[in-house]
Write a protein that binds this ligand. Structure first.
Ligand code: NAP
Length: 515
C-alpha cells in the first residue's frame, strides 16, 4: 500500500471554535445576500438584461444573489475569446498552470467556511455536507495540479539506435464545462480546473439553481492568477446556450455532469459533425444513478441500517451516489428495516443554517413536485413506513421517506428520484441480491454489507458499478482515494479525482526523430 497525501480534512464541529467560525461565516454571507454577479468574458465583466435569480431553497423568499445570463450572442463572444486565449494558454508551462490551481486551493482553504456558508444558503446543504463540498473542491484543485506535474513530460516510450521517440500530451482546445446543482462548488470547480490545468480554455456554465457560488469561484481563479480569456463565466439557460455551444463547430470537447436526459442529449448532438468542424468532439458525460445498498444475512445489522439511512438521506438524497434503494436478505429483512425506520425517525429536518439539522430542503419547486409525485407512486408500489410528507410553504422540505416490500422492477426501484426517498426490496439469497443490484440501466455506486469473503469477492467482480463499497455506505468518494464515475447509463466513467481523468482533456502526440 502506498500512502500518497492526505485529503482536505472535514471540519470537526464538535469543537466550539469551529462552530463559532462557521456561524461567523454564515453571518458574513447573510450580509452579502442580494449582490449581483456579471458574466466574465475575456476578463471583462458583462451585464445583461436577463438575470438568473438564485433563491434559498430553505426560504424561497430569500434571494441569495443574481447573475447575468448569456444568450447565444454572448455565448458566441465567449467562444471567440476562448479560441483566442487558447493560442497563448496552451503554451504556458504546465508548472505555471498547476500553480494557479495550488493558489486557488489555498485561497478557498483560507475562506473555507465562507464558501461552505454560500453552499448552505444557495444549495440548502447542512453544515457537514457544505463543508465536505468545499473540502472536495480544494482536493480537486490540488489533486489535478499534482497530476499535471506528473503528466507534463508525457509517458515513456522506447527509443532505438538512431531513433529518438517521445510521447507527450497536448491540450485539446476550447471546452464547454456544464455543471449540476448538487455539488455546485466541488464538481463545478473540479471539472473547470481539470480542463484548464491541461492547457485548454473553457466556457463555464453553472447550474441555474446555484450560480452565485460559481461566481465566487471565478473570482478566486482570477485572484490566483488565471489570465483573462482562459475561463469565460457564462451562466444561462441550459437548453438555449447549452445546445448552441454543444453544436458549435469550434467546440473541441464537452465536460458535462448532470442528468441522464441532458447527458444523452449532449452526447447525441456533439456527435454530429458540423460544417467547418475539423475534429470529432470529445464528450465526458457523468450522469445519474440508481444506487443500491445490499445487506447480506451475516451483515452487522446496525451498520447496515445506518448505511442505508445515511446513503439515502444525506443532502436530502440529492447525490448521484445516493443509495436510493436497498436490497436485504430475507433472513434479516424485518430487523434491518425496523432499525432503518427507527433511525430515520430520529433525523432532524429543517433549516440547514441550524447546526442541528441533519436534512435540509430539496433544491427547487420542480424537484419538490417530482419527488412528491414519486411518493404518490410509491404508495401504490410499496408499504410507506415513514415520511411521505412534504411542506413547501416556506422552503422545499420533504420528510425522509422509506417504502418497503417494493418489487425489484417497480418504478421506485428503477428510476432516479433525486430526493429523500428509499425503496427496499427483499431478496431470497445472495445471488438474488446481486441480480437485483444489476437490474437497472445505471451503474454508478453500490455497497455490500457482508462478512462472507466469497460474497465480497463475487461482488467485486459482478456488482456492475463504477464505485463499489464494502461494509459502509455508498456515498462520500474522496478525491485521489476513490476516483468517481459510473458504468452504463451513469455515463462515460471518466473517474473524476483519479489518475486517468486529466488525460481525457488532452491528446497524445508521438514524435520520432531519426538521428
Ligand atoms: P441537469 O438538469 O441535467 O443539469 C445539469 C446542467 O446541464 C445544468 O447546468 C443545466 O443547466 C445544463 N443543461 C440543461 N439543459 C442542457 C442542454 N440542452 N445542453 C447543455 N446543458 C444543459 O442536472 P441537475 O439537476 O443539475 O443535477 C442532478 C443530476 O446530475 C442527477 O441526475 C445526478 O445523478 C447527476 N449527477 C451526476 C454526477 C456523476 O458524477 N455521475 C454527479 C453529480 C450529479 P440549467 O441549470 O440551466 O438547466
Amino acid at each position: 500500500m502506498t500512502v500518497s497525501y492526505a485529503h482536505e480534512p472535514f471540519t470537526n464541529f464538535q469543537e466550539e471554535t469551529n462552530k463559532q467560525s462557521f456561524q461567523e461565516a454564515l453571518a458574513y454571507v447573510n450580509s452579502q445576500l442580494g449582490k449581483h454577479y456579471p458574466l466574465i468574458i475575456n476578463g471583462e465583466a458583462i451585464e445583461t438584461d436577463k438575470k438568473i435569480i438564485s433563491v434559498n431553497p430553505a426560504d424561497k423568499k430569500e434571494v441569495i444573489g443574481s447573475v447575468s445570463a448569456a444568450g447565444k450572442e454572448l455565448a458566441e463572444k465567449a467562444m471567440q475569446a476562448a479560441l483566442q486565449a487558447f493560442q497563448t494558454w496552451k503554451k504556458v508551462r504546465p508548472e505555471h498552470r498547476a500553480n494557479v490551481l495550488f493558489k486557488a486551493a489555498a485561497i478557498i482553504r483560507r475562506r473555507k467556511h465562507e464558501f461552505s456558508a454560500y453552499l448552505v444558503k444557495e444549495a440548502g446543504k447542512p453544515w457537514k455536507e457544505a463543508d465536505a463540498d468545499t473540502a472536495e473542491a480544494i482536493d480537486f484543485l490540488e489533486y489535478y495540479a499534482r497530476q499535471m506535474l506528473k503528466l507534463k513530460d508525457g509517458s515513456p516510450v522506447k527509443s532505438r539506435d538512431g531513433e529518438y521517440n517521445q510521447y507527450h500530451y497536448k491540450p485539446l482546445g476550447v471546452g464547454i464545462v456544464i455543471s449540476p446543482f448538487n455539488f455546485p462548488l466541488a464538481i463545478m470547480a473540479g471539472t473547470a480546473a481539470a480542463a484548464i490545468v491541461t492547457g485548454n480554455t473553457i466556457l463555464l456554465k453553472p447550474a441555474d439553481a446555484a450560480p452565485v457560488v460559481a461566481a465566487k469561484f471565478v473570482e478566486v481563479m482570477k485572484e490566483a492568477g488565471l489570465p483573462d480569456g482562459v475561463l469565460q463565466f457564462i451562466p444561462g439557460d441550459g437548453g438555449e446556450i447549452g445546445d448552441y455551444l454543444v453544436e458549435h463547430p469550434k467546440t473541441r470537447f464537452v465536460s458535462f455532469t448532470g442528468s441522464r436526459a441532458v447527458g444523452c442529449r449532449i452526447y447525441e448532438r456533439a456527435a454530429k459533425v458540423q460544417p467547418g468542424q475539423k475534429w470529432l468532439k470529445r464528450v465526458i458525460a457523468e450522469m445519474g444513478g440508481k444506487d443500491t445498498v445490499l445487506v447480506d444475512r451475516d451483515a452487522d445489522l446496525d451498520l447496515a441500517a445506518s448505511s442505508i439511512v445515511y446513503s439515502a438521506f444525506g443532502f436530502s438524497g440529492q447525490k448521484c451516489s445516493a443509495g436510493s434503494r436497498a436490497v436485504i436478505h430475507q433472513d434479516v429483512y424485518d430487523e434491518v428495516v425496523e432499525k432503518a425506520v427507527a433511525l430515520t425517525k430520529s433525523l432532524t429536518v429543517g433549516s440547514p443554517e441550524d447546526f442541528d439539522t441533519y436534512m435540509g430542503p430539496v433544491i427547487h419547486e420542480a424537484s419538490y413536485n417530482k419527488v412528491m409525485r414519486y411518493i404518490e407512486i410509491g404508495k401504490t408500489e410499496g408499504k410507506l413506513l415513514t415520511g411521505g410528507e412534504g411542506d413547501d410553504s416556506k422552503g422545499y422540505f420533504i420528510q425522509p421517506t422509506i417504502f418497503a416490500d417494493v418489487d425489484e422492477n417497480a418504478r421506485l426501484m428503477q428510476e432516479e428520484i433525486f430526493g429523500p426517498v428509499v425503496a427496499i426490496s427483499k431478496a431470497r439469497d445472495f445471488d438474488h441480491m446481486l441480480e437485483i443490484a444489476n437490474n437497472t440501466d445505471y451503474g454508478l455506486t453500490g455497497a455490500l454489507l457482508s462478512k462472507t469473503r466469497a460474497h465480497i469477492e463475487r461482488a467485486r467482480e459482478d456488482f456492475h458499478v463504477g464505485n463499489l463499497y464494502f461494509n459502509r455506505g455508498c456515498t462520500g468518494a474522496i478525491v485521489g482515494y476513490q476516483p468517481f464515475g459510473g458504468f452504463n447509463m451513469s455515463g462515460t466513467d471518466s473517474k473524476a479525482g483519479g489518475p486517468d481523468y486529466l488525460i481525457l482533456h488532452m491528446q497524445a502526440k508521438t514524435t520520432s526523430e531519426a538521428y
